[in-house]
Design a binder for this molecule. Structure first.
Ligand SMILES: Nc1ncnc2c1ncn2[C@@H]1O[C@H](COP(=O)(O)OP(=O)(O)O)[C@@H](O)[C@H]1O
Ligand SMILES: [Mg+2]
Length: 242
């Protein structure tokens, strides 16, 4: 459904993505993981068209989209939720949902918020500005991304800043979107709950795929990576095994 052929991305003389090829199958759930700085966000930005590949090409649903703009990719059904979402002074979640749903929609915003289940009604009319916490803004971005009904969606570290109690509902929500709507779902995460929910785990190291396969096969490799130093025990509490 989404084919990456020999993708490379060079910036400032550095090879950040290195001859990477992969096929994402329709309706499957993927977790991309790997050390900080390994190129996960860069790869997702190449798919969304925020960065332009130095070499290689991208085929989506049989069409070569390598030269498509971000807007053209969004219209084709690709959505992307940023690692650090934008904040909009003066706009509320209700405004963002209205934009995501299009001008002719008749949907009831409370129904949508209820269905999404990870944000509360009180967010609807709160400005999506710098006063929101990191976790709140991630929930709002997930809500607006789901409202777009994308064919394929990439969430870049959706669990950043999210409280422990929201991780499971968040994973369940994305799994529900995947199974009920057939949304091809790609989540960049270090969180074990997301990795265990995935059909396929992709481990990125130095801009290349170091592993692709089931979660069980990935776990020993991840603990061997020594991504963190000894003081990383703090992550055990949120299910991160770094
Ligand atoms: N546009 C860019 N120009 C130059 N270097 C970049 C750019 N984007 C990311 N990088 C660098 O590329 C590497 C990979 O970054 P990134 O994709 O954000 O990693 P990850 O998401 O895996 O932590 C990092 O060393 C980062 O500093
Ligand atoms: Mg990143």
């Amino acid at each position: 459904m989404l084919d990456l052929h020999n993708l490379s991305f060079m910036s400032d003389g550095r090879q950040i993505i290195n001859d990477l090829s992969f096929t994402f199958q329709k309706g499957k759930f993927y977790a991309i993981t790997g050390p900080n700085g390994s190129g996960k966000t860069t790869l997702s930005k190449l798919i969304m068209g925020i960065h332009k590949a130095t070499t290689g090409n991208i085929v989506f649903a049989g069409k070569d989209i390598t030269n498509y703009t971000v807007t053209e990719r969004a219209k084709a059904g690709i959505a992307y939720a940023f690692q650090h979402p934008a904040r909009f002074k003066g706009l509320t979640l209700r405004d963002l949902l209205n934009i995501a749903l299009g001008k002719d929609h008749k949907a009831d915003m409370r129904d949508i918020v209820e269905k999404i289940g990870i944000c509360s009604f009180e967010f609807l009319d709160k400005p999506v500005d710098s006063k929101l916490s990191g976790g709140e803004i991630k929930k709002i971005e997930m809500a607006t991304t789901i409202a777009l009904n994308p064919k394929i969606v990439i969430y870049d570290e959706p669990d950043t800043g999210i409280d422990l109690w929201t991780i499971d509902p968040m994973v369940n929500l994305l799994k529900k979107e995947q199974t009920e709507k057939g949304t091809t779902t790609i989540v960049i995460s270090h969180n074990r709950t997301f990795l265990e929910a995935a059909d396929t785990v992709i481990l990125i190291k130095s801009g290349k795929i170091a592993y692709q396969g089931d979660t069980r096969g990935a776990l020993p490799l991840l603990s061997d990576l020594s991504i963190c130093n000894q003081n990383c025990k703090v992550h055990e509490n949120d299910g991160c095994f770094r």
